[in-house]
Design a protein around this ligand. Sequence first.
Ligand code: ZN
Length: 137
Amino acid sequence: MTRECTPHPLRTIASFHAHIYYDQATRTEAERLRNWIAERFTVTLGRWHDAPVGPHAQAMYQVAFAVEIFPALVPWLMLNHSGLSILVHPNTTHPLADHTDHALWIGKALDIRGDKLPQESEAELPREPNTTPTLRP
Ligand code: ZN
């Protein structure tokens, strides 16, 4: 074990992602959830990936969000994920750990292709939001 003996401080989290997975049978639910999110949260919605990409073994789209959004968005996703699998992960300087050891799943956990992820990289800072919410969560 080469794991360090001090805990990771919260400030190492630059931002978060939620990856919302779907397949042909659940794409309608994924579309509905995407619209619900856009109506309620200030986030950056990524494009649809109908085929597996990077470490993600199933079709998905990404929701990128700032640390301050987490306390409202993640519990809301717990209540409203409609049976879809969602990977919520922090963005630190350790992408592999962020998608595995540091991640949480809402719904059924899916495989992550760890071989597609670097151990270390620059942390991803929050992106420019592309939603303008009109409803309260
Ligand atoms: Zn991600």
